[in-house]
Structures are given as C-alpha cells and as structure tokens.
Design a protein around this ligand. Structure first.
Ligand code: ATP
Length: 245
C-alpha cells in the first residue's frame, strides 16, 4: 500500500456498530499538503471516518494508512492533531493549564510549547483569556481553544471535525487563512463540514451519504460533472433523488 503522493489512504473501509453498518466500502485518498473536505448530511458517517483516520476508532474491515503507516498507530499520535466535535477540555483548569497538559502528553519541551501556546492563542483571538478557567468560556471560545490545542504540537496532519461551528465569520476567515498557510507548509488537513462556503475552500471534496462515499473531486469538478454552479446545488443533487436510500 505504498503511495508516495497521498498522506491519508482509506481503502475499502467498513464499519459496523452491532448489526448496523455505518461505513460502506469507503475508499479515498488525501494528497500530502492538501485541504480535503468531507461533506454530507448529519449521520452519514463523517465523524466515524475521521475517528478511524485519527486512530481513535478501528474499522471493522478494510485498511487506513496515514503518513505511510497503518492505523491505528500509537507512534503517530504526535504527528496527528485531532479536533473532535465535542470539546475535550478540562473545565476546572485554565486554558493555559489545558494546553500545558496536552503539551506534556505530546512530549513538547517547555520553551517550545510556551512560545507556541502564545502563537495559537493569539491566532484564535484568545490571548486575553489564557488564564481564565475554561468553565467561564463561551461555546465558541471552547471551540477555538480546542482548535488551538489541535494545532499546538505543529502536527503533520490535522484532522478537524466541524472546526468552525459556533465561530463568527471574521474569525472563521482568519482560521481558514491559517489552514492555507499550514497547507502551504506541507501540512495535510482533513475537515468535516456542513458549511457550503467552507466546502468551496477545500482543494478536494468527498461527499458522503448513508455511509457511502458518493462523489469525490475538486469543488469545480463536482459542480461541472452535474452541470450546476454551486457546491450547495451539488450537495443537494448528490444527497438527493439519484441516491435515495
Ligand atoms: N458508538 C456508536 N454506536 C452506535 N452507533 C453509532 C456510534 N457512533 C456513531 N453511530 C451511528 O453511526 C452513524 C454515523 O455517525 P457519524 O457520527 O459518523 O455521522 P456524521 O456524519 O459525523 O454526523 P454529524 O454531521 O451529525 O456529526 C449515525 O447513524 C450514528 O448514530
């Protein structure tokens, strides 16, 4: 399964929860340094897919490779920044303490993480709230802190499950600017989203429905293929009629 141009390779992956099959023969490739969007209606299997990529969950069959290694792989933990849909934060601790805790797990040196912590908090517009307990953060602030956390150790791969939910449009723009910067520096980014204008920003997109990957390509390719002018129309087309359950 050696493939030098793709950072993430999902190969005929199936996932069952009991009798229920929630991923059906999913195959996709994410090139190194690209921003790849996973788009689809609620419950179609996006989170299940990214958890397998991040090594948090195992597929029932099929194979997943990240950075040339078969997942799940404990030794890749440092290389993969993962931001879950629900925030995994210690609310009794301050943001700085949360970041320090993660930095310790990632084995970052003190001088290294102190500098990086200020950078990511600045980026997320949270510099003034560094020492505030997370319990006093709003929902949007918690999202931003989770994103700061995923970026902290400067991972080679960033896997973000709906990263900009509850984040205002201005900050969302800044976040996308940072994602592009990271991608230009060779970081591979996988984003799940419901937001169409975000999907448009991805280099490549995969659309999912009912555990199936139903279309893959650049946003323009997906539109051209079916003769529509927006990702929203493509989403409705691929999510609807032709692919009814
Ligand atoms: N641990 C679990 N046990 C049983 N079923 C599960 C489990 N996790 C997810 N599912 C089911 O698998 C299906 C896919 O869920 P998943 O969270 O991957 O969807 P999603 O596309 O990320 O949805 P959303 O956009 O709402 O987050 C859903 O029907 C969900 O109910």
């Amino acid at each position: 399964m050696e493939n030098k141009s793709d950072c993430i390779i999902v190969n005929h992956v199936n996932k069952f929860f009991g009798e229920r099959q929630v991923l059906k023969d999913v195959t996709l490739q994410v090139p190194y340094g690209s921003i790849y969007g996973l788009l689809g209606p609620s419950g179609c299997g996006k989170t299940t897919t990214v958890k397998i990529m991040a090594g948090i969950s195992e597929s029932s069959s099929g194979e997943t490779f990240v950075l040339g290694r078969k997942m799940p792989q404990l030794s890749l933990m440092k290389e993969i920044g993962y931001m879950a849909q629900s925030d995994a934060l210690y609310t009794a601790l301050s943001a700085a303490e949360n970041l320090e805790f993660y930095a310790t797990i990632y084995g970052m040196k003190k001088e290294q993480y102190k500098k990086r912590m200020l950078e990511v908090m600045e980026l997320m517009n949270l510099s003034d709230d560094l020492y505030k307990p997370v319990a006093a953060y709003s929902g949007g602030m918690k999202r931003r802190l989770s994103l700061a956390m995923a970026m902290l150790q400067q991972p080679k791969v960033l896997i973000l499950d709906e990263p900009t939910v509850g984040i205002d449009p201005l900050l969302r723009k800044d976040i996308w600017r940072e994602l592009y910067k990271m991608s230009n520096n060779g970081v591979t980014i996988l984003v799940t989203t419901h937001v169409m204008d975000e999907a448009e920003k991805c280099h490549q997109l995969a659309m999912m429905r009912n555990g199936l990957l139903i279309a893959q390509g650049t946003p323009k390719e997906l539109q051209r293929e079916i003769g529509v002018n927006s990702i929203e129309e493509a989403f409705i087309y691929y999510g609807g009629g032709k692919y009814e359950d």
